[in-house]
Design a protein around this ligand. Structure first.
Ligand code: NAX
Ligand code: ADP
Ligand code: MG
Length: 281
């Protein structure tokens, strides 16, 4: 199915008057080592801007000042503190694991803590470095595949090559779907005309977007929007439709900005999110 803007009017609804932040879900973002702090800050900012009720960022303490300067709405947890990390996972609805996490041994331990603490009530978006880590570790792959949580992988083609062992030129709809079924997860294969492989074997395709999106941080921003959409819309809509809406929305905002901009900066896209959501309410 080709996704259209109809999905946005369906999913983005006016908020009930009698509501509070607790009604719009809790997102936990996990990532951002000392080299890639920007990735987790962008994912966190995108979750906040797309309407998650409460957002916590579990990251390297080096990123704390920048996080608070850029996204004071977000709370902070030191991701090396295993007890604090487990507690944050327990109280989250949606977890975004991996933007800028890196793939060293301590990052692998963080992925292990996250996967072992997932329960059926959780949705976990596995992005960036976490995909690379899981690709290289059979035990972690097994934990993800057998998890009771809803797992959503958001690979670009190179990350999908690592996870699926399908070389990029051989990544067709049918080869990708075979591996996605084996992973027991949704797969959002990011590229020009992104494809979404849902768990019930439906496939959604994006026919908007373009190279103005080829900027570092654009995928981190998508992970954040997915988190924000799932956290707040999960009660009233089915997960496949919310995922399609988030993926379409991310590219729609970029496409609008591309009318006046040669490249679309992820931070600029994030700043437009609330106003564009308002258009579809
Ligand atoms: N400001 C930041 O802190 C940033 C941190 N980042 C993080 O850096 C870590 C490594 O991720 P990277 O993706 O940079 O590195 P990877 O090594 O995972 O992938 C990048 C390589 O894949 C190739 N590739 C092939 N097809 C592609 C496609 N369709 N889309 C994208 N790349 C494709 C690229 O040419 C490149 O050589 C991740 O954790 C990521 O979240 C990136 O998001 C960039 C920005
Ligand atoms: N040429 C393109 N056409 C359409 N979308 C693109 C293009 N290049 C990049 N994108 C989109 O930008 C995002 C890039 O994600 P990713 O590579 O994970 O970025 P990062 O990890 O740097 O944040 C994806 O949503 C991808 O579909
Ligand atoms: Mg990425």
């Amino acid at each position: 199915m080709i996704i259209s803007d109809k999905i946005l009017t369906k999913i983005i609804q006016p908020r009930p008057l009698q509501s509070h932040k607790g009604d719009f879900g809790r997102v936990l973002t996990i990532g951002g080592n000392i080299n890639y702090g920007g990735a987790i800050i962008m994912a966190t900012a995108a979750s906040v801007s797309s309407g998650a009720g409460l957002v916590t960022c579990a990251t390297n303490k080096e990123n704390l000042t920048a996080l608070h300067a850029r996204v004071p709405e977000a709370m902070f947890v030191n991701y090396f503190d295993k007890i604090a990390l487990s507690d944050s996972i327990a109280s989250a609805d949606v977890i975004i694991l991996g933007p800028g996490l890196g793939d060293d041994i301590r990052a692998q331990e963080i992925v292990q803590v996250c996967l072992t603490n997932l329960r059926s009530r959780h949705t976990c978006i596995i992005d960036g470095s976490a995909i690379t880590i899981i690709s290289q570790n059979t035990h972690l792959k097994e934990l993800a595949t057998t998890s009771a949580a809803q797992i959503i992988y958001t690979p670009h083609q190179m990350e999908w090559q690592r996870l699926s062992h399908i070389l990029i030129p051989e990544q067709t709809t049918s080869t990708s779907q075979k591996i996605q079924a084996f992973l027991n997860a949704t797969v959002i294969l990011k590229k020009y005309h992104t494809e979404i492989f849902h768990k019930n074997r439906l496939i959604s395709t994006l026919e908007i977007g373009g190279p103005y999106m080829a900027t570092g941080g654009m995928g981190d921003t998508l992970a954040g929007i997915l988190g924000g959409f799932i956290a707040q819309f999960n009660k009233n809509h089915n997960l496949n439709e919310i995922i399609d809406a988030a993926v379409y929305f991310h590219t729609y905002v970029a496409q609008e900005l591309a009318k006046e901009n040669y490249v679309v900066l992820p931070t600029k896209l994030i700043s437009q999110i609330p106003a564009v959501m308002k258009k579809f309410e």
